[in-house]
Ligand binder design. Structure first.
Ligand code: HOZ
Length: 430
């Protein structure tokens, strides 16, 4: 057994002063019925805990670390920017550069505003959609997670689903009833919602590839149906690409599938590991924001020069390294290893992968929505997680979370991961 004495001591101390000992619930490892380790440092595809245990990391700080941890180009950019000041609260040149990059990358974005997290991005996007349409209702899908926004903590995924709290306490019932929820990949049900309430719906928000209940693919024609329904009813279509944006392609899922939302919420990769979010889309809608329009939205640290310097450097490095194409190759290598292992073991577990994101489900058959994910054998997942961690591979500590591959995962790392996955699966499925 790996020695985790210092992590245990820190966790005990943390629980005395931090609720649950963590600053975000998924870090508490409760889905795998254990205690988290505390990180000492991270570099490339590896992390080391405070007890000196080394792990190949497939969480990548939940998505931002697309180049791997602590890439020198990003660290240098932050260092350079820091020499000019840490925060100004007044426009700076990095904001213009980042906005131009986002507009160039993301097909639907004509104008963009920077915020500090994905939660702020989705929160602001739905307020904007409500202000623009003059309507109150919004639609989301079961198991999609859009950060801890009151209106969106209804049938939510990620930690909310992990801890059996998809509808959070503290969200006023009068607000929650304005959020209509529908199972993902059910064209019949979403059509019915729009047929009966379309004229009242301000926004339809979704992760176009839901990644907070593992990793779920939209069925053939489903995203186009959503585009058509929202266009017909004057509803704002919001793609939450906080996880998928700048990762599954330069321009996110919308570039891959050729479907253009009205607004997009972004984050993670564009922060290079620092706190950044953004939302953008049609100029006609974005111009409703203060100071030009009546929808208020603001932030002292929004457009922070260090955070944007980090994000800009990360995106430039992705370009320089032909990152998206290479990630597809690494992702394929990873997938080949998992599929070969499953064949060897004679097991047909569901495995979804797109680009550098993946999820291995401990259940068989297609995964179309949260109901399918709930069929997973959570005890087998738990055993798999710990067996892999014990051997030096850190996968996300919940069956409801996706895994992330970075450019720092070399062929040797993938090979080692495949070997460890095989051993861990044998233990989990015994
Ligand atoms: N939204 C992230 C992936 N599901 C997790 C971040 C968190 O909740 O800590």
């Amino acid at each position: 057994m790996a020695d985790r004495t210092l992590s245990s001591k820190l966790f005990a101390a943390a629980k005395e002063v931090i609720p649950g000992g963590v600053n975000s619930p998924v870090r508490a490892f409760r889905n795998v019925k254990g205690d988290p380790f505390f990180v000492q440092r991270a570099r490339g595809c590896r992390i080391w805990d405070v007890d000196g245990n080394e792990m190949i990391d497939y969480v990548g700080t939940w998505g931002p670390a697309i180049l791997g941890h602590a890439p020198s180009a990003v660290i240098d950019a932050v260092h350079q920017a820091s020499k000019e000041g840490l925060s100004f609260g007044i426009p700076n040149r990095h904001e213009v550069e980042m906005a131009r990059m986002i507009r160039d990358y993301v097909p639907s974005v004509e104008k963009v505003r920077m915020v500090n997290s994905g939660t702020e991005a989705t929160m602001s996007a739905i307020r904007l959609a409500r202000g623009y349409t003059g309507r109150d209702k919004i639609v989301k899908f079961d198991g999609c997670y859009h950060g801890h926004v009151d209106s969106l903590l209804v049938a939510a995924g990620s930690g909310a689903l992990t801890f059996g709290q998809p509808d959070s306490a503290g969200v006023p019932a009068d607000l929650a009833k304005l959020t209509i929820t529908v199972p993902f990949n059910r064209p019949d049900l979403i059509e019915e919602v729009f047929a009966t309430q379309g004229h009242e719906i301000a926004a339809l928000i979704l992760e176009p590839v839901p990644a907070n209940a593992g990793l779920i693919f939209p069925g053939e024609g489903f995203l186009q149906l959503l585009r058509d329904l929202t266009s017909q009813h004057g509803t704002v279509l919001i793609f939450d690409e906080v996880m998928t944006g700048f990762r599954l392609a330069r321009g996110g899922v919308q570039e891959r599938v050729g479907i253009t939302p009205d607004l997009t919420a972004m984050g993670k990769v564009i922060g290079g590991g620092l706190p950044v979010g953004a939302f953008g889309g049609k100029a006609e809608i974005m111009d409703m924001l203060a100071p030009d329009g009546p929808v208020y939205q603001a932030g002292t640290l929004s457009g922070n020069p260090l955070a944007l310097a980090a994000g800009i450097a990360q995106l430039k490095e992705m370009e320089r390294l032909d990152g998206w194409r290479r990630l597809e190759e690494i992702g394929q290598l990873f997938e080949d290893g998992v599929r070969e292992t499953l064949r060897e073991l004679g097991r047909d577990l569901a495995f979804n992968r797109i680009g550098s994101m993946f999820c291995l489900y401990f259940t068989e058959g297609a995964i179309n929505n949260v109901d399918d994910v709930k069929k997973s054998d959570f005890e087998a997942f738990r055993k798999f997680f710990w067996a892999a961690l014990e051997r030096g591979v850190y996968f996300a500590p919940s069956q409801y979370e996706a895994g992330f591959i970075s450019l720092a995962h070399g062929p040797g790392d993938i090979e080692k991961t495949t070997d460890i996955t095989r051993e861990a699966l044998k233990i989990a499925l015994a």
